[in-house]
Structure formats: structure tokens, C-alpha cells
Design a protein. Sequence first.
Length: 94
Amino acid sequence: MQVTVDIPDQFARDLVPEGCDPARVLLEEAVAAAYREGRLTTEQVRVLLGFGYFMQVDSFLAKHEIYDYSVEDFEKDIATLEQLPSGRKALSRT
């Protein structure tokens, strides 16, 4: 799908940083919003933005301050750390 958007110059300067491709900036913002709302998967983000590697998706999400790390993920990480020989000592220091 091709979309054409007319943005008055007075607003365009605030929406698109100088030297950046306006189409790319708006695409990235739309993809970030859709991912944040749960409408896109990381694979869809990768394909839409033309990334070859998932590390690029991670970098993109971090750039847009989208962190997919739940309380459940945190609890699993703590449980894993506690199973390591030095894990209990390291965790008890905090």
C-alpha cells in the first residue's frame, strides 16, 4: 500500500528531523505504535522495516523505548540466577 500525506511545512519540521527521510520516519513511528499496541509481532516489524536480523529489531524497539520485559520474565530470571552457584550470594547482597 502506498500512502501520500501532506504535512504543512510549519509542522513538518517538528515531525521529521532535518536530513531524515520523511517516509521512513513516519513508517517507523507507525510500526512502533502498532507494536506497542500488540498489533504487530517482532517478525512483522523485521519484515516491514527491511531488517535482516532480529538484533536490528531489538535496537529499533530500544530506540523507541519499547521494552518487552514482563514481571514474569523478571521472576524467571531471578529463579535462574538463584540456581547458579554464586547466584544466591549475589542476590542477597542487594
